[in-house]
Design a protein around this ligand. Sequence first.
Ligand code: PMV
Length: 339
Amino acid sequence: MFRASGSQDIATARAGTNIAFIKYWGVADPELNLPLSNSISMTLASAVTTTTVRWDTRANMYMDEVTIDGETLFGDKASRVVRHLDYIRELAGGVPFRAKVVSQNNFPMASGIASSASGFAALTVAACAAIGLRVEKDRLSAIARRGSGSARRSIFGGFVEWEQGREDNSSVAHQLYPEEHWNLRDVIVVVDSNSKHVSSQRGHVLAATSPFNVARIDRLFSVLQEVRTAIATCDLDRLGPIIERDALAMHGVMMTSNPSLIYWQPATVEVIKAVRRWRDEDNLRAYFTIDAGPNVHIICEPSTEPEILLRLKELSCVEKVITSGPGPEPELLKHHLIK
Ligand code: PMV
């Protein structure tokens, strides 16, 4: 349980983003962010969001103030965060306080590195702690899901499954294994650090317009079981081909939605092909997956990581590389981003 200590009105939380092995794509209920299937992910240690929330209990502010990565957001840009604060105000008994929110990502936002997962996880933990809402992790994770579906998984560390559920209370996430279970590596290849043009929120709604959406969801039941077993036995060569196929299936759904969504750049394909070439020709055990953006996540074991990093240096399309292993659940910090 994340406890708010005393009657503080400020709190800071750090949360890791997560990389989905089996993706959440498409919504059964866009208001509650209820998914069409289970999903499985690994929470990351090194791609994190730190967020401070200070509630204005003296009622000096007439609106919420949101700053992310140094930019103060207004209007539509701030509305997703403000809606989440509204929800937390309601849960806290309808308190009238406005909030100041300052958030910092240590990786490019909204480019397929799931900044909304770590962002809404950190925001939820900090906002609830600062307002004195004492909630169990399950409940906290349900609150985070309202902001962004994948945030639900970032409330847990290590390897995490989010069960579809049919309503708010049954759509729950739980930890499959803690971070110490398997030192799997995620080499995040940033080929484009610009924000994506179409949000995943909009993409989830469009998924239903693709003829391939139902086909992907239908086969997930057995695929999920394979992924659970591969993680249980730390078997990369079992996990890898499945996560590649699901990433391609999800992007197939995106591309065949109406209107069509293409998050990839030419460089995305270049990295995909390089990974396959290294594997086929040189037996380099590495597999790719891609979230809602152009950047490629290469999943490998620690022994292969240095060789992958060397080879990525030879690809001119690579802007930046971030590496991470599995990380812990969100943490409350003593040091705040607001003075
Ligand atoms: O949580 P959202 O709405 O940003 O959606 C996440 C979608 C994917 O990252 C593509 C898949 C996933 O399960 O994280």
